[in-house]
Design a protein around this ligand. Structure first.
Ligand code: NDP
Length: 211
């Protein structure tokens, strides 16, 4: 499986230092500003004639409350080994059900290249950990608990070793350039990083490119 011409971007929020991403089928935190960033990044495009696709594992799809899915203004691609079809497209609801990650990507490449700006892989752990060889970029929100004694429980993790082997962090100016201009970023901090505090956490938006 190789990446094609539509850029494939992993987007994930991870708690440092262990890169925890989930607990009991949900997120270990509730950070509305981080969610807003995710919504804007995956919904907005630089070319207004195009949309983005979001690919997710069946468990991540099920973790989205029914009233919020499909995620609006994006082509929602759900993968499950139990689905019958390579690529079943419900155009009206902008939902695709695919029986493999490879089939989902191949069909998007072959049939939607003119309509899609980026393919965002939005989780969860099982899906992220299969895509290090095909992603062109990663957008990683690095979260830190303000109180190091109040780390939330986590049972799902991003494979940090695989990320570090093949990708390197870019400077904040590169992140800004990468994102559609309408994505709202916080003011840069004293280190010129796009970071902010919310509730019991501090987080920073980062971009990783393939080395
Ligand atoms: P996933 O969301 O990765 O879903 C796994 C399921 O996807 C599998 O059981 C299978 O479905 C299907 N699947 C995976 N790979 C393939 C493939 N190659 N072909 C076909 N189907 C495939 O589950 P996880 O449990 O790993 O992750 C969910 C957790 O991640 C939750 O806690 C969620 O909140 C968290 N999360 C965190 C994010 C963050 O940014 N922090 C973002 C997204 C999720 P089936 O069993 O039906 O065959």
């Amino acid at each position: 499986m190789t990446g094609g011409k539509i850029p494939v971007v992993g987007i994930v929020a991870c708690l440092q230092p262990d890169m925890g991403i989930g607990f009991l089928g949900g997120l270990p935190w509730r950070l509305p500003n981080e969610m807003k960033y995710f919504r804007q990044v995956t919904s907005l495009t630089k070319d207004s004639s195009k949309k983005n696709a979001v690919i997710m594992g069946r468990k991540t799809w099920e973790s989205i409350p029914p009233k919020f899915r499909p995620l609006p203004n994006r082509m929602n691609v759900i993968i499950s080994r139990s689905f019958q079809d390579d690529f079943a497209h419900d155009k009206e609801r902008s939902i695709v059900r695919s029986n493999s990650l490879a089939n989902a990507l191949t069909n998007l490449e072959n049939n939607f290249q003119e309509h899609l700006e980026r393919i965002y892989v939005i989780g969860g752990g099982e899906v992220y950990n299969q895509i290090f060889s095909i992603t062109d970029h990663w957008l990683i929100t690095k979260i830190n608990a303000l109180d190091k004694n109040a780390i939330p429980a986590m049972d799902t993790f991003l494979d940090a070793k695989k990320l570090m082997e093949a990708f390197s962090e870019q400077c904040p100016a590169q992140l800004k350039e990468f994102l559609p201009p309408k994505v709202e970023l916080p003011e840069t901090d004293s280190d010129q990083r796009y970071s902010q505090e919310e509730k019991d956490y501090h987080f920073e938006f980062t971009l990783y490119n393939r080395k």
